[in-house]
Design a protein around this ligand. Structure first.
Ligand SMILES: NC(=O)c1ccc[n+]([C@@H]2O[C@H](COP(=O)([O-])OP(=O)(O)OC[C@H]3O[C@@H](n4cnc5c(N)ncnc54)[C@H](O)[C@@H]3O)[C@@H](O)[C@H]2O)c1
Ligand SMILES: N[C@@H](CC=O)C(=O)O
Length: 484
């Protein structure tokens, strides 16, 4: 490990601006998913540490809420600069603990930093409005106030971006933050804390707690001082957190699971559609909430599409993310590999064609060779479950109404993709697809400027864009009566 990475890799939690361990040196291992070697340890914090962090964040809130938008923007920009200065070290740390190919990790560092810049700009724009009073002797209007301490729980697939997308917005709004990163990828979060400290967030505005998600959420959800809870992860855990947040009526933002359809109409340039489908399926080795899970291709182009997709898929290099040739890295754990295998077996048993290289070629226990399940049907697990692995399911369709109904036949509504050249069809798909995001002739749908989020059981609220600060702001109405 190079000097810069070493300096960013902390084996302590960050609470109230101080680096801290757990008593009795209680700690847990973190391993490299590609090699399964232990790369370090982090403290296994307990409930009293979460309480201590809530105390620190509550104290910090009293000061942070009174700073100006410009002052908050300056800190966020300094943090953004720090991320850029140490971009390569952050990317290498991410590949080490998450496994994603280094090129993707570099892309994520840029993406994650972009939220800090975006919300630095937004910090000055949390504006209320002046309202016309019924009686001109009165002055009425609204201001936007920060909600308070925000608890943030993030997954392992985007170890930096899922934190900055939430914490950038919360801090810009004037809230203070408690971050509980996924147990598999704490070092990226702790490296962010090192850079936050250098940017001057030293009084408890940004805390990173390494403890089991449930322990964190049990304590944070029960505490009335925590006024917002923002979660990215599975729908199953999201439901649980919504229930837990009800008792203290928290503002909640939920970015949950997806089951994205990728629709290819008969009028497309097939190579462009195949490019899009390959990228939409295999980025982050398929472990992406916006990954194309179900591919629908018009029957007239179906076999041709399968052939081209399979050729491209079978040419992808699979292996350790540090080898720059590899496009598919390891899955996060052995359970994920087992789940991918079970999905494919289930589909094969129910009559699907399974296309791809032999799983015996996988370069280790946490790898799964990219696989295409053709002719999937609605009784197969690949149709209803998010694969979160390099497994694509594909089937043919005959007309637009049929494919819209099939695409919407899911509890999820995060991302969807449509490829067609026909404007009237585009409008019809946009009107009828029940998804928070629709990529038309592109799979490149994210960025700090977009309101990322889902409908149905894919979540509540939007992250990024102007909308991304909503969960962290309350509207306060004022009415100034005439002087008597
Ligand atoms: N919509 C989005 O923006 C988005 C982004 C990334 C991932 N995801 C979703 O996340 C899922 C993949 O991640 P996962 O399998 O690790 O999800 P998960 O829900 O199991 O875990 C996500 C995070 O929640 C924590 N957690 C788990 N149980 C908890 C509990 N009871 N209380 C509090 N925290 C708890 C974990 O420690 C982890 O940090 C997929 O469904 C994916 O679609 C959604
Ligand atoms: N790919 C998403 C993160 C979800 O897994 C994004 O673009 O933010």
């Amino acid at each position: 490990m190079e000097g810069d990475e070493k300096a960013l890799m902390r084996e302590q939690a960050f609470i109230g601006g101080r680096w801290t361990g757990a008593p009795d040196d209680d700690r847990r291992e973190v391993s490299d998913p590609a090699t399964e070697q232990v790369i370090g340890h982090v403290p296994e914090l307990q409930s009293p540490h979460v309480e201590e962090a809530i105390d620190a964040a509550s104290r910090a809130f009293e000061t942070w809420r009174c700073t100006s938008g410009v002052e908050r923007a300056d800190k966020l920009l300094a943090w953004y600069e720090g991320m850029h200065e140490h971009a390569e070290a952050l990317a290498r740390l991410m590949t080490l603990e998450q496994g994603k190919p280094l090129a993707e990790a570099r892309g994520e560092v840029d993406y994650a930093a972009s939220f800090l810049r975006w919300f630095a700009e937004e910090a000055r724009r949390a504006t209320g409005e002046t309202l016309p009073p019924e009686d001109p002797a009165f002055a009425i209007g609204t201001t936007r106030q920060p909600v308070g301490v925000a608890a943030i729980i993030t997954p392992w697939n985007f170890p930096l971006a899922m934190i900055t997308r939430k914490a950038g917005a919360a801090l810009a709004a004037g809230c203070t933050t408690l971050v509980n990163p996924a147990s598999q990828t704490p070092f990226s979060a702790l490296a962010l804390a090192v850079l936050a400290e250098r940017a001057g967030l030293t009084n408890g505005e940004f805390n990173v707690l390494t403890c089991a998600g449930k322990r964190f959420s049990d304590t944070a959800c029960a505490d009335d001082r925590v006024r917002a809870l923002s979660f990215t992860g599975s729908t199953q855990v999201g439901r649980q957190l919504l229930r837990q947040s009800a008792d203290t009526v928290k503002c909640t933002a939920m970015e949950l699971g997806g089951n994205a359809p990728f629709i290819v109409c008969d009028d497309v340039d097939l190579e462009t559609a195949v490019d899009g489908a390959i990228a939409a399926k295999f980025q982050t080795s398929g472990q992406d909430c916006v990954a194309a899970n179900r591919i629908y291709v018009h029957r007239s182009r179906y076999e041709d599409f399968i052939q081209r997709f399979a050729e491209r898929m079978n040419a992808m290099d699979v292996g350790n993310g540090f080898d720059e040739d590899n496009e598919i890295g390891p899955l996060i754990n052995r359970d994920a590999v087992e789940k991918a295998r079970a999905l494919v077996d289930d589909a094969r048993d129910k009559g699907a064609r399974v296309i791809g290289r032999d799983q015996g070629e996988a370069p280790g226990a946490r790898f799964f060779m990219p696989t295409l399940v053709a002719d999937f049907t609605t009784d197969m697990r690949v149709s209803v479950e998010e694969a979160f692995a390099p497994v694509a399911a594909i089937r043919a369709f005959d007309d637009d109404d049929e494919v819209i109904a099939a695409a919407n036949d899911t509890i999820y509504g995060l991302a969807s993709y449509v490829y067609t050249q026909d404007d009237a069809r585009i409008r019809k798909f946009l009107r009828n697809l029940e998804f928070g995001m629709v990529g038309v002739n592109t799979m490149d749908i994210t960025g700090p400027h977009i309101p990322f989020g889902g409908v149905k059981q894919s979540g509540l609220g939007r992250e990024g864009a102007h909308a991304g600060m909503e969960e962290y702001l309350e509207t306060q109405y004022y009415c100034i009566g005439p002087k008597r």
